[in-house]
Design a protein. Structure first.
Length: 465
């Protein structure tokens, strides 16, 4: 899959994801608005019921107290004669209720009584509590009564006048004659938003979680796709490099064999030792390359089993250094060693695989050497009584901070411009890190571009008695 197609798919998925998130957000806003509308409707129902109760109680109070007795007697006499009205009243129908209140109020309100004589703060409080409880709304509220000019006549302690978003207003005594003074009940609900949010909280949380899951899944899949693409590119690079690496010893062995076989070559007997040695060296090199690949293959399948035993770390490092003597001399590399702390120290390790670890590290130090005054230093240090530290330091080209994070990745090779300028498969450091960890140790790297690199291996030790 090419990069352009990947970006096209990523763009399409991103658009779909953002669209889905936008739809969810719009839906949440719509649900919140619907809840606000439902809440407002319920509050208005509460207030309407309170006003109706106040009017009804005022009418009954007028009759019971005998105020304006003549008008009340006249009205009651009229009502008693109307048997149909009495039956409807008993059934508590809307028509009977409306007719009764309108009839009473038409007669008693000509006097335009002051608000304090018609309703009290405690009465409103009691009716509001009853209606809020009936509606199932458990929320703090405050209220006040104002006249038609907006003057506050009485209020509860926490009432706020200037917050219209949280205040609901309804007219008191709406059946009063047009010439009567108008009064308004103002109910202030400061925690309205919190109450509505509680109703939609679960929905909002689920929507946010789903959006996060979708976003993280999309980002994770995109990251996996790009990692797989990078891994595929490195794998292709590995195949190209291994083909190149294997061709070199095979070609050398083939040419040497042809020279031994060709009867026309002069002084062939004198060249036999040289040609035989060339075949032997290249055969060992070919074997080493094949073993590297097989070791990684075995490791990836999880079938690698270490054959650990007491291993003399000093002797092991000396043998590794001797293996590279010819290359070090050929490249005129200055090699310095400080290995005294390794005396009388053994490690519990697989000798073959641990040898390969230091072989890979020293091989890299040689490959990536500075062309002028090449230098390698191998140092051993005691970390404490239980661990030993071995450093392999070079003054080569170094590794950039960006590439430093990837040097232990499988198939990864630090870019050098020419893919074959520095030979290798990109497997050595990945293999070395895994072996070090299997031996309960660690391997780390520090480097600065243009100033070389230092690889540090720390291993648990067994001190000789």
């Amino acid at each position: 899959m090419n990069k352009r197609l990947i970006w096209a798919l990523a763009g399409a998925i991103a658009v779909c994801t953002l669209s889905l998130i936008y739809v969810q957000f719009t839906w949440i806003v719509s649900v919140k608005q619907a809840e606000e509308g439902s809440f407002a409707k319920r509050i208005n129902t509460i207030l309407a019921n309170v006003i109706a109760d106040i009017e009804e109680e005022e009418a009954y109070s007028y009759i019971v107290q005998g105020a304006q007795r003549n008008q009340a007697d006249e009205l009651l006499s009229t009502l008693k004669e109307n048997s149909q009205f009495i039956e409807e009243w008993k059934m508590n129908t809307a028509l009977a209720r409306e007719s009764f209140l309108q009839g009473i109020l038409t007669r008693i309100l000509n006097s335009n009584l002051p608000i304090g004589e018609r309703v009290s703060l405690n009465k409103i409080q009691s009716l509001l509590e009853k209606e809020f409880e009936k509606e199932g709304i458990d929320i703090p509220y405050e209220f006040g009564v104002t006249d038609q000019l907006g003057e506050l006549l009485f209020r509860t302690e926490g009432f706020q006048e200037m917050e219209p978003e949280y205040t609901y207003i309804i007219m008191l005594f709406p059946k009063d004659p047009e010439y009567a003074t108008r009064y308004f009940l103002n109910v202030y609900i400061p925690y309205k938003s919190s109450f509505i949010l509680q109703k939609t909280r679960l929905l909002i949380i689920v929507s946010i979680l789903l959006s996060l899951i979708i976003t993280v899944t999309f980002a994770g899949n995109l990251l996996i796709i790009f990692r797989q693409k990078r891994f595929s590119e490195m794998k292709n690079d590995f195949v190209n490099n291994i083909t190149h690496e294997l061709k070199t010893p095979i070609t050398t062995i083939s040419l040497a064999a042809q020279m031994l076989y060709d009867p026309n070559i002069s002084n062939k007997e004198q060249k036999i030792p040289y040609l035989s040695n060339t075949i032997l060296v290249e055969s060992k090199r070919l074997q080493f390359l094949v073993e590297q690949v097989l070791q990684i293959a075995i490791f990836e399948r999880g079938n690698l089993r270490l054959n650990c035993k007491e291993t003399d770390l000093l002797l092991l490092l000396i043998n590794v250094i001797q293996h590279f003597t010819i290359q070090i001399e050929k490249k005129k590399i200055t090699l310095q060693t400080e290995l005294d702390p390794l005396k009388n120290i053994t490690v519990w390790a697989d000798e073959l695989h641990l040898t390969n670890v230091f072989t890979n590290l020293l091989d890299n130090a040689i490959k990536y050497q500075n062309k002028q005054d090449p230098y390698i230093k191998i140092t051993a240090k005691n970390v404490n009584d239980n661990y030993i530290q071995i450093e392999i330091k070079d003054n080569g080209g170094g590794i950039s901070h960006e590439n430093l994070k990837k040097v232990f990745d499988k198939f990864y090779r630090v870019p050098t411009g020419n893919v074959h300028a520095v030979k290798g498969f990109g497997l050595g450091l990945s293999y070395a890190k895994k072996i070090a960890e299997m031996l309960h140790g660690t391997i780390e790297v520090s480097s600065e571009l243009g100033k070389g690199s230092t690889f540090t291996v720390i291993l648990p030790v067994m001190r000789k008695k």
